[in-house]
Design a protein around this ligand. Structure first.
Ligand SMILES: *[C@@H]1O[C@H](CO)[C@@H](O)[C@H](O)[C@H]1NC(C)=O
Ligand SMILES: *[C@@H]1O[C@H](CO)[C@@H](O)[C@H](O)[C@H]1NC(C)=O
Ligand SMILES: *[C@@H]1O[C@H](CO)[C@@H](O)[C@H](O)[C@H]1NC(C)=O
Ligand SMILES: *[C@@H]1O[C@H](CO)[C@@H](O)[C@H](O)[C@H]1NC(C)=O
Ligand SMILES: *[C@@H]1O[C@H](CO)[C@@H](O)[C@H](O)[C@H]1NC(C)=O
Length: 296
């Protein structure tokens, strides 16, 4: 019995010691741990409103699900080893110019589900200049007006390979920002809030190297001409949860014979009890599609 009690006490001490040693010495609200040689700092879900003071040697920083409204100039200035920064699910409205100064090795930036909808107040000109190594930007679910996709804000991100972004094509923004044509490494596009209305040849005209397009849940009313005309590298297309007319789907699939497409996802794309025309299957048959996902 006594041995058992001692054993329990021993276990408790070990457990408490272990969990407390995970708390970061520079800020007890955050957890610190190492995986191989990389240092992780997890300050998610602790209701902070400002960025904690952080040591310069960290590689991964998680600030998800807090109450941060503003990133001020120089907030991360010493974090030149940081490779991933997650600021999703905060209340971000503004990024001051200089917010990302110092993040020269940052590869992944997650800003999704914030309130960055104040145009140049949210994304001042030059905001992304310091992010020379950025390969993945996720800024979706911020802005119904789709400002980031329309103005010349992302053009400096020459290393970018994937982008998750809100898109609103309207009279203010008739097609997606021409600055995308300079992002020659950009292979993947995924939309958050998305209002395209008329998906035409010019909609994605400046995104010529895309291999993956996910525009599921986009609000598209009509397809015009050759919507995928400039996507000569396209491999995967997800058009799930867009209620297309049958003739719109035919127009999309008609593009498939001149692109290297392999996978099409069209769950809940086709209306109930619609008869698909034989020409659609003919075009699918002659395309390179090897995978068709359709939970219709
Ligand atoms: C992680 O590694 C760094 C550098 O080797 C060390 O200073 C730090 O104490 C380690 N952190 C933890 C939680 O083990
Ligand atoms: C954060 O705030 C929410 C709402 O006020 C509360 O429910 C939650 O317990 C808080 N979490 C922490 C870690 O303080
Ligand atoms: C940001 O801070 C740096 C260093 O303190 C300063 O040189 C720079 O002018 C500031 N930028 C802005 C936009 O306030
Ligand atoms: C988003 O920001 C605007 C402008 O500052 C503000 O009026 C609005 O309340 C914010 N929305 C949320 C959900 O915080
Ligand atoms: C599919 O293509 C093959 C070979 O190109 C052809 O023999 C076959 O009849 C086509 N099927 C349909 C349904 O078009």
């Amino acid at each position: 019995m006594i041995t058992l009690i001692i054993f329990c006490i021993l276990l408790t001490t070990i457990y408490v010691k272990d969990t407390t040693s995970l708390r970061c010495h520079f800020d007890r609200r955050c957890m610190c741990f190492n995986i191989t040689d990389e240092q992780y700092v997890d300050c998610s879900n602790i209701n902070i409103t400002t960025i904690p003071n952080l040591p310069s040697n960290i590689n991964f920083l998680n600030l998800k699900s807090n109450q941060i409204i503003l990133i001020s100039n120089g907030s991360f200035h010493n974090l030149n080893h940081l490779s991933e920064l997650d600021l999703s699910w905060n209340k971000l409205e503004r990024l001051e110019l200089g917010s990302f100064t110092g993040l020269v090795n940052l590869q992944k930036l997650i800003l999704e589900h914030n309130n960055l909808s104040q145009q140049w107040e949210s994304f001042p000109p030059g905001i992304f200049y310091p992010l020379k190594s950025l390969r993945h930007l996720n800024a979706k679910y911020n802005d119904m007006k789709g400002f980031l996709a329309c103005e010349n804000v992302i053009t400096s991100l020459k290393s970018l390979e994937s982008i998750d972004i809100d898109i609103t094509v309207s009279s203010v923004c008739p097609n997606i920002d021409y600055g995308f044509s300079e992002l020659t490494n950009l292979k993947s596009l995924k939309t958050g809030y998305c209002q395209i209305t008329y998906w035409s040849t010019i909609t994605f005209a400046d995104m010529v190297n895309l291999q993956f397009i996910d525009i599921s849940y986009c609000n598209i009313v009509k397809v015009i001409d050759n919507p995928l005309y400039y996507q000569k590298q396209l491999k995967n297309l997800d058009i799930s949860h867009i209620v297309f007319h049958t003739k719109d789907i035919v127009l999309i699939v008609a593009n498939f014979h001149y692109i290297p497409i392999q996978k099409l996802i069209m769950s809940s794309t086709v209306r109930d009890s619609v008869r698909l025309p034989p020409v659609l299957f003919g075009d699918l048959n002659t395309s390179g599609i090897t995978e068709l996902l359709c939970y219709c």
